[in-house]
Design a binder for this molecule. Structure first.
Ligand code: KIV
Ligand code: ZN
Length: 512
């Protein structure tokens, strides 16, 4: 048995299935690059057969990524598998991940298939996929709630057909660590050819145990691949969180005794990138990547850490990408210093034009804010900040007036398809007035289902980071914006959400 734990990241596939977390093709490529920098072993880039947009994203990620294996999900049928293989053609190392549900409930109610039909389809699909790509992963969906005898029969057969990885999903997050770990162990013990495949765990977080269940699958069950997402992004309560599982295995190497290929110094940048791209804010007390993860507020703790760091710290903040000195740049910093800091933060901008655009925004921010922190830089280079020229809507300026006892009024200037628009409105507050001014012109009709403001670096001097979630005709998108002025940040976030609604509509139209 290998001593290496394979990290399979599914932020771009299972993570993206979270309502509102959908990403554009370019955003996916950007995140995939960061995952490659993090040295994840396998990147599940999408579900190629699900839409033309997903196909394109898998294809581009496959062409761009050199060091990680790139994987596409596919239902267990020839069409899905052929699309996945087609999208993965340009990859250095490609994997097809095919799945079919095996629990009685899913087979009867969802698939309307008998167990024998599912058995045959699973076998046939792996055989078909194996002729296209050598690296094949098979997942029995809702595997943890499946009848163990039936599961053994299916898994033995797909290994015989050439599946190289067997993944056992706890699709609905029903497992508890000891039981899930023993479930994997007993499958491996009962299936005669189990040693011909690598065993993998895939846990959802509905009961808050996805990380614990995954670790039990590794420790008790002998799994050597964990499927996870950055920030635990995913449907409902999300998936197993990459940063937590990785740091648990690294910090408790004494217990797990496993090696990892991950360069943990890029974890924080990956977390920020996923959060800013999707608008899913990371809670302050989130392990490893939350703003408070390494903050010691109590006097006793601060005193202890100053005397000997390991009194209260089990990991080093620098090891996951928090810099020891968070104040990095100021008004007088030059382009080279800015570029070097981007490198240190693991941010790679594609062209000189992108670096110039980001640097111009940095200078603009430095004029208004004396101290620029890493968090500010990461916010500054988020996709929508540097690629406004490609978007339908872009923020230009805003003026608003609010006074106690008077109804606030805002005037917003923005571009729509390159044309400058001036629009104004009243509102319940300055934010409401500004967003109403934009909506008065755009008339998207979208419903706002979430609005949240977060101080990027913790004080009133910091930038506000706003997330706006809009819903329209069954589509849900998140937009983010940051600025020291939270009214401006809100207008930017609203325009960013409108851009995403627009690009989603374009993608749907292109498929039609
Ligand atoms: O949760 C699940 O069952 C899945 C499979 C498609 C692997 O995501
Ligand atoms: Zn899943």
């Amino acid at each position: 048995m290998s001593d290496k734990l394979i990290i399979f990241d599914t932020t771009l596939r299972d993570g993206e299935q979270s309502p509102g977390a959908s990403m554009t093709r370019d955003e996916k490529v950007r995140i995939a690059r960061q995952l490659e920098r993090l040295k994840v072993d396998v990147i599940e880039a999408g579900f190629a057969a699900s839409s033309n947009g997903d196909f394109d994203a898998v294809q581009l990620v496959a062409k761009t990524i050199k060091d990680s294996t790139v994987c596409s999900l596919a239902r267990a049928n020839d069409r899905d598998i052929s699309r996945a293989a087609e999208a993965l053609k340009g990859a250095n190392s490609a994997r097809i991940h095919t799945f079919i549900a095996t629990s009685a409930l899913h087979m009867e109610k969802k698939l309307r298939m008998t167990p024998d039909q599912v058995f045959e389809q699973a076998k046939q699909s792996v055989r078909f996929a194996r002729n296209l790509v050598a690296d094949i992963e098979f997942s029995p969906e809702d595997g943890y709630r499946s009848d163990p005898d039936f599961l053994c029969r299916v898994l033995e057969a797909v290994i015989n057909e050439g599946a190289t990885t067997i993944n056992v999903p706890d699709t609905v997050g029903y497992g508890v660590p000891e039981l899930y770990g023993n479930f994997i162990k007993s499958l491996r013990e009962r299936i005669p050819n189990s040693d011909k495949a690598i065993w993998s765990v895939h846990c959802h977080n509905d009961l808050g145990m996805a990380v614990a269940n995954s670790l039990a699958g590794v420790k008790i069950g002998g799994a050597r691949q964990v499927e996870c997402t950055i920030n635990g992004l995913g449907e409902r309560a999300g998936n197993c969180s990459l940063e937590e599982v990785v740091m648990a295995v690294k910090t408790r190497r004494d217990y797990f005794g496993l090696d990892l290929g991950i360069d943990t110094r890029h974890i924080l940048a990956a977390s920020r990138m996923v959060s800013q791209t999707t608008g899913f804010v990371v809670q302050p007390n989130k392990a490893v990547v939350g703003a408070n993860a390494f903050a010691h507020a109590s006097g006793i703790h601060q005193d202890g850490v100053l005397k000997a760091r390991d009194t209260y710290e089990i990991m080093r903040a620098e090891d996951v990408g928090w810099s020891a000195n968070k104040l990095v740049l100021g008004k007088l910093s030059g382009r080279n210093a800015f570029k070097q800091r981007l490198n240190e933060l693991g941010v790679q901008l594609d062209s000189e034009a992108e670096i110039n655009a980001a640097f111009a925004r940095f200078k603009e921010l430095a004029d208004r804010k004396a101290e620029i922190f890493d968090e500010d830089i990461l916010a500054l280079v988020s996709d929508e900040s540097v690629s406004q020229d490609k978007e339908q809507f872009a923020f230009v300026s805003l003026a608003q007036h609010s006074e106690t006892g008077e109804r606030p009024h805002a005037r917003v200037v923005f571009t729509s398809g390159g044309h400058e628009i001036h629009s104004e409105s009243d509102g319940n507050g300055p934010v409401d007035a500004s967003l109403k001014a934009i909506e008065a012109h755009v008339q998207s009709g979208a419903e706002m289902v979430l609005y949240s403001v977060n101080a990027i670096s913790g004080s009133t001097e910091s930038q506000g980071e706003v997330t706006v979630r809009l819903q329209n005709s069954g589509r849900v998108v998140n937009g983010t914006g940051s600025d020291p002025d939270i009214v401006v940040a809100s207008a930017k976030a609203y325009l960013s959400a409108l851009n995403k609604l627009q690009s989603k509509a374009d993608r749907v139209a292109a498929q039609g």
